[in-house]
Design a protein around this ligand. Structure first.
Ligand code: C2E
Ligand code: MG
Ligand code: MG
Ligand code: MG
Length: 285
């Protein structure tokens, strides 16, 4: 509760150039309205598989509120989590992401969605997921579920069991923001997942600080030895790309390749990424 209070201060006065007093109740009221009025939009950020050069996307929510301006997901997700309607939002995202996969008509299309702790803990998640893949006739392997490390703080065994079931159903499961919690190594030990996504704070300075590079290099080699796929988040420079390739990182995501964009921009962005990859010397196959 203490931590939540701290975050509330960040939310308060968030957008100083609107005349609104930004605080949680106002964000909550407007967000509930946004959900019903369909003001939320999904953006997509490409994730590049360096082995196959295949590209999939992470779905990231955007809220352009006519009244409050653009509110970053880090802010409104917290409010939704706090006020217990994050599950509605996450399920909307899962539905839209599945619709996107269906519309692409590409059997290899894959989209990653972020699941909040409460959504992951919900008893109805599995049936919701099964309903949605049935509705759009897609395969569970086309949906990747990103969970954050703190998902496990509560009810650990029940969550582990659920992750086993989801994996058995064919969903791919990734630990998001890997490395920033104080139990990362333990999660690697106990969590049945397919992938880790190394948090961007680790990537930020790898080309400048040897220490940072060694940490990332070791995380990658450890995770790969455990049979996990490794994604680096927050890749912003060509030097970072080259270093991550040298370390055998499997997947790259970040502004170097593309920011999250709307659905209409994806074809253009994918084309640009292919050009960028052709320029990379150390990408093989
Ligand atoms: P995340 O899942 O770790 O997503 C990655 C964040 O890093 C995104 O921020 C993305 O725009 C940003 N990013 C990507 N590449 C770079 C880069 O090269 N440099 C930098 N500095 N940043 C980069 P975004 O879109 O603001 O989302 C923030 C967080 O909000 C997400 O972190 C995720 O935890 C949460 N979120 C977003 N959409 C959803 C959703 O549908 N449901 C839930 N539960 N959470 C969501
Ligand atoms: Mg994510
Ligand atoms: Mg992340
Ligand atoms: Mg995050």
């Amino acid at each position: 509760a203490k931590q939540k209070g701290g975050q509330a201060i960040t939310v308060f006065n968030f957008n100083e150039h609107t005349n609104e007093v930004m605080n949680k109740p106002i964000i909550e009221r407007e967000l509930r309205r946004a959900v019903t009025k369909k003001e939320l939009t999904l953006y997509f950020q490409p994730v590049i598989d360096v082995h196959t050069k295949g590209i999939h996307f992470e779905a990231l929510l955007r809220w352009f509120s006519p009244k409050l301006g653009t509110i970053p997901p880090d802010v409104f997700i917290l409010v939704a989590e706090d006020r217990d309607f994050i599950q509605t939002i996450d399920e909307w995202v899962i539905d839209k992401a599945s619709e996107f996969i269906y519309t692409s008509k590409d059997p290899s299309a894959k989209v990653a969605v972020n699941l909040s702790t409460k959504t992951l803990a919900s008893d109805t998640l599995e049936s919701m997921l099964e309903t949605v893949i049935e509705k759009y006739q897609i395969s569970p392997s086309q949906l990747e579920l990103e969970i954050t490390e703190h998902s496990l703080l509560r009810n650990e065994q029940a969550i582990i069991d659920k992750l086993f079931r989801l994996k058995k159903l064919g969903f791919s499961v990734a630990i998001d923001d890997f490395g920033v919690s104080n139990a990362s190594l333990n999660y690697l030990r106990v969590l049945p997942v397919n992938k880790i996504k190394i948090d961007k704070v680790f990537i930020h300075n790898i080309e400048k600080l040897a220490k940072e590079y060694h940490i990332v290099h070791s995380i990658i080699s450890l995770a790969r030895k455990l049979g996990l796929t490794v994604t680096a988040e927050g890749v912003e420079t060509k030097e970072q790309v080259e270093m991550l390739l040298q370390s055998n990182c499997d997947e790259l995501q970040g502004y170097y390749f593309s920011k999250p964009v709307d659905e209409q921009s994806l074809d253009r962005v994918v084309e640009q990424i292919h050009d960028k990859m052709d320029q990379l010397t150390s990408i093989h196959k």
